[in-house]
Ligand binder design. Structure first.
Ligand code: SAM
Ligand code: SF4
Length: 337
């Protein structure tokens, strides 16, 4: 298949990340730092369950979206999340449904989510040391690490597969644990993904600590165990590798050191119904909630979304040209990371 300057035709955009809520029960240093005022979406401005179902059935699925990820903020604090999973899982066109969560509430919900049709889950786990973990997630009371770990174990026992663990690497905070975290992929089919820290959410921390490139991490892992390019190339932004003989894999999401705009196959729907074509670029975003509530026919919304899909490669290309190292006014939790 050929491609033009924007690689049109190489990537079909069929993947929608849906933020169910912008609030969270954690305040991770790199995402929602303590003490910083965050302008949360008002309850009445959140897309309702019915509005979300209408948008998916009458707008997104007809224009070709078949893969969905539920995220946030923290998706498990959204009332009715199990029902939402059930609804989306049962659309005949849904080819893939997954969730990104901090797992704090997962132990008690994993079985219900599985029964509702969720099969894939990504869990943020930035540290194996309870103290470091609590420092990262902004905990001032009882340690939260054990409850998150229980959530991970329960999800594994319930049968979620693949089970992916996301680690944002922050110099001076958790970068001394790279090998221990990578070792989680040795004996179980767990996929540990290292994410380069981005200047989105906490500029002060970013300016102070900086970030570590995926290649630097790979070098450490290579020296310890060796590293082979994984057999399975994910259809997302991660470059997949494997420690020889390991059951699981290691993924590297390198949005700072390597631009992956060319293989971006996703759009993001915020909890208040804004559709964004690009994580780092608001060009062309559409306010679907206001349109829906003011009676704009869904056939018109389909056209608007189709037009944005047509423009997306160009929007990504411009983002790439401008570089991905600026700072951004909205956090991942607001955009739907
Ligand atoms: N609360 C859920 C969680 O933490 O998994 C889902 C939402 S969270 C915004 C989604 C992902 O964004 C997480 O993997 C988190 O680590 C990542 N993230 C948030 N802020 C980031 C930043 N500044 N740089 C890189 N990744 C970030
Ligand atoms: Fe919450 Fe996830 Fe952001 Fe941490 S990364 S504050 S868990 S939304």
């Amino acid at each position: 298949m050929g491609s033009d300057r924007y690689n049109r035709g190489m990537n079909q955009v069929d993947y929608l990340r849906i933020s169910l809520v912008d609030r969270c029960n954690f305040r991770c240093q790199y995402c929602m730092p303590e003490g910083e005022e965050i302008a949360y979406v008002l309850q009445q401005d959140l897309l309702t369950q019915a509005e979300l179902a209408t948008l998916l059935q009458e707008v997104f699925i007809p224009v070709g979206f078949t893969r969905f990820r539920l995220t946030g903020g923290e998706p498990l604090i959204r009332p009715g999340v199990v029902e939402i999973v059930k609804t989306i899982a049962h659309f005949p066109q849904t080819q893939d449904l997954s969730m990104t969560t901090n797992a704090f509430l997962l132990a008690g919900m994993a079985q219900d989510l599985y029964n509702a049709g969720l099969r894939r889950i990504n869990i943020s786990l930035d540290s194996l040391e309870p103290e470091t973990f609590d420092q990262i997630v902004g905990n001032r009371g009882r340690s939260r690490w054990q409850q998150v770990w229980n959530g991970i174990q329960t999800a594994y026992q319930v049968g979620f597969s693949p089970l992916k663990l996301n680690v944002v690497v922050i110099p001076g905070v958790n970068d001394h644990e790279i090998l221990e975290l990578a070792a989680l992929s040795l004996d179980r089919e767990w996929h540990v993904r290292f994410i380069e820290f981005m200047p989105i959410g906490n500029d002060a921390l970013f300016n102070h600590s900086g970030w570590i490139s995926s290649e630097t991490l790979r070098q450490q892992i290579r020296e310890r165990w060796g590293l082979t390019e994984g057999q399975v190339k994910g259809n997302g932004p991660a470059d997949v590798f494997q420690i020889p003989g390991a059951k699981g894999t290691l993924g590297f999401i390198s949005q700072m050191s390597e631009c992956f705009c060319d293989r971006c196959n996703r759009m993001r729907l915020s909890a208040d119904g804004w559709l964004r074509p690009c994580l780092l670029n608001e060009t062309g975003q559409i306010d679907l909630r206001t349109a829906l509530r003011s009676g704009v026919p869904t056939s018109d919304l389909r056209e608007q979304v189709s037009e944005l899909l047509r423009l997306k490669p160009e929007i990504n290309y411009k983002q790439r040209e401008s570089g991905a190292t600026g700072t951004y006014s909205r956090t991942m939790s607001q955009i739907g990371g």
